[in-house]
Design a protein around this ligand. Structure first.
Ligand SMILES: [Zn+2]
Length: 266
């Protein structure tokens, strides 16, 4: 489990100090992408703080508020999501302008994560403009944690816009999220039960019986999954503990439930 700060750049669309506008609206898209990245990282078991500012009174104020949120805690990485502008390719020249990432100094985790993101974006068709260094960005200069700023693609390039529309922000967010954590984002299934006793509900005991049938590999006959804690259920639970090399207990506690959950057949 890692901790991250993520923020979408600028104020919301339509407000003062909002982002760039072209075929795409930066403030609108960067918020969609940011929310989706946060969702994916959380589902993968990470802690993420949304440091986006939606009520800045000026560009400077937006930045200050983002930084104030970012610097509240120590995180593995601070990430800011932006969309670029400046291509002014209204007709489309068949060239994707693509993705670039900024940092103050490209080493360690900043470099590793950025390279992965750029590679993932390349796979989606966005040209790799590289990891670039600058001392001119307020966000990068004032975050106390290590930080990167991602320019996803260009709002004013017809080719980028067409690709963006084709791919959709969700796949882009996934490419970035997987670049951040360095592996696929997968929903972590929750443990259904952390304790099952003789007096537990029928469904809880049925769960235990099903899991025991799957995980216990000894000679005892499979249990009927009737949700009644009888002699046979007790017997198989004890045999399962023995199989794991554990001491006998009287009910399935968290350790047992976790083992049954982990060892279940897929
Ligand atoms: Zn921006």
């Amino acid at each position: 489990m890692s901790i991250y700060n993520i923020s979408a750049g600028h104020n919301p669309a339509g407000k003062t100090a909002c982002g760039a506008k072209g075929f795409l609206d930066e403030s609108k898209e960067d918020r969609l992408i940011t929310k989706e990245i946060i969702k994916l990282l959380k589902e993968s078991g990470h802690k993420v703080y949304d440091c986006t500012c939606n009520n800045g009174t000026s560009q400077g104020d937006v930045l200050k508020k983002i930084i104030a949120k970012c610097n509240q805690r120590e995180v593995l990485l601070d990430i800011s999501i932006h969309l670029n502008s400046g291509r002014n390719d209204k007709k489309g020249d068949k060239k994707i302008a693509g993705t670039e990432i900024w940092c103050t100094e490209g080493s360690g985790i900043k470099k590793t994560v950025s390279k992965r993101i750029l590679k993932n974006m390349e796979k989606l068709g966005f040209s790799n403009r590289g990891l670039k260094t600058t001392n001119g960005l307020y966000y990068l200069n004032h975050t106390k944690n290590r930080a990167i700023l991602i320019e996803v693609c260009f709002v004013d390039d017809k080719d980028d816009y067409n690709l963006y529309q084709k791919i959709g922000y969700k796949k882009i967010a996934k490419a970035i999220a997987e670049g951040i954590i360095g592996k696929e984002t997968t929903k972590q299934k929750k443990l259904e039960y952390t304790i099952v006793k003789r007096t537990s509900s029928r469904t809880a005991i049925q769960w235990l019986q099903k899991k025991l049938n799957m995980c216990y590999t000894g000679k005892l006959l499979r249990l009927s999954t009737d949700g009644i804690w009888g002699k046979k259920t007790q017997e198989m639970l004890e045999a399962y503990w023995k199989q794991l090399g554990w001491k006998k207990g009287s009910y399935a506690g968290e350790k047992t439930c976790k083992a049954l959950y982990k060892n279940r057949k897929k």
